[in-house]
Design a protein around this ligand. Sequence first.
Ligand SMILES: Cc1cc2nc3c(=O)[nH]c(=O)nc-3n(C[C@H](O)[C@H](O)[C@H](O)COP(=O)(O)OP(=O)(O)OC[C@H]3O[C@@H](n4cnc5c(N)ncnc54)[C@H](O)[C@@H]3O)c2cc1C
Length: 402
Amino acid sequence: MRTVDVVIVGASLSAAAAAKRLVDAGLETIVLERKELPRHKICSGILSPRGHRFLLENFGPLPREALHEPTSCHGVTFHFPSMVSLSMDFFGGTTPHLHRKYSDYWAIKQSGAEVHDQTSFAGLEDLGDHVLVHARKNGEPVEYRARQVIGADGPSSLVIRSIYPDYTKQIPWFFVGQKFHDIIECPLSPDYFHFWFHPGLGHYTWSHARDGRQIVGVGFKRGDNFAQKHENVVNYLADKHGVRLKPYTEDEGCGENFGPSLINRYVFGKGNVLITGQAAGFLNMIGEGMSCALHSGAISGEAVVEARLRNRPVQEMYRRMIASEVRRCSDQWNPLKIAFDRPHEADFPAALMALGWRDRAKVLRDMWRFILLYKEFKWGRQIARAALQRPLIGGYSMQRWL
Ligand SMILES: Cc1cc2nc3c(=O)[nH]c(=O)nc-3n(C[C@H](O)[C@H](O)[C@H](O)COP(=O)(O)OP(=O)(O)OC[C@H]3O[C@@H](n4cnc5c(N)ncnc54)[C@H](O)[C@@H]3O)c2cc1C
């Protein structure tokens, strides 16, 4: 059995950030990844300016292979049923369009941690002064002994389930799926990520260019029909935006824990086990999760280092330090912040004010109708309550952290 300071589960961006902090502090760190690296990760790869700054500052300039074509993104275009479209450029210029298979591999290598791929986390026992980690490599059991474990294993985190077996029943879940099409004609600008606030299309509808093809994606509550939802969007894009696509050649989808940041509910672990990244519930508005994965991951690593330095319980350190990231993520969903501040690093208020008053009114009406779509969702009440309380009390007092 290998004994180390810290075991991190998952070799994605939150893991790379956590590992970087631990390795820099001289702690022996092993990262477990269930897939063979470099591994595929379903993601649009649109990086926010904050995520871009984090990568540059911590890991250096990105290699070309870590980028898709087009290699950069100017910002986001929102489309509304009234056929008003709003393009918003990112503050500070374009950001890289990440190819997650290679960007994540690059980041984890840059962290300097030892990585064991094709090694699946299977369970753990927190014995107070250390944690026993059970994993499987090529079907064979492997064990590790660590002072702390960081669960950076994404939305369907097995690390969470090993400490809170009931957790998955306590949060709302969505399904997101995307299909890749060869393009006949596409008037949507390839320089932007396109998002539709359209209740008739789904809870989350997007499209963008990648490596010469067009991605059409839909998100909806679990149980709905992916093929039907997708076809509906393709027909809508053809009718309303003149997008002509060939039949799809590839598709993929996954379950997403979209809920925790919507209902202000995060999970940070217990005892010697910390949860970070999307597993902890960090997901910004319109599904941007890389920047908060990187920052929360770094904070989890720092919390371990600080706890050792000050001889304090690691949970106490982590919860104190992670509060700033929770506030940032919650602000992304705060209507007052959206209207009067800039929580998204793209200027929505300025883009809105650049419209004539008629179009502005249409946009606000369409957004309201879109929000009402969440009523039909089992968790609609909690989502609405969190949305209403956020402007009043910042939403913080109603947070329930596990
Ligand atoms: C369709 C789609 C589009 C998206 N587009 C964007 C976008 O454009 N911009 C953006 O910022 N975000 C986007 N996101 C969100 C973003 O991908 C995630 O928020 C981000 O990757 C979370 O990072 P993470 O490090 O927390 O976890 P993840 O990236 O989910 O990584 C978890 C890692 O843990 C590994 N793992 C899981 N279980 C185990 C186990 N038992 N043992 C060992 N390893 C395990 C996984 O293989 C994976 O490598 C998108 C998500 C989806 C689904």
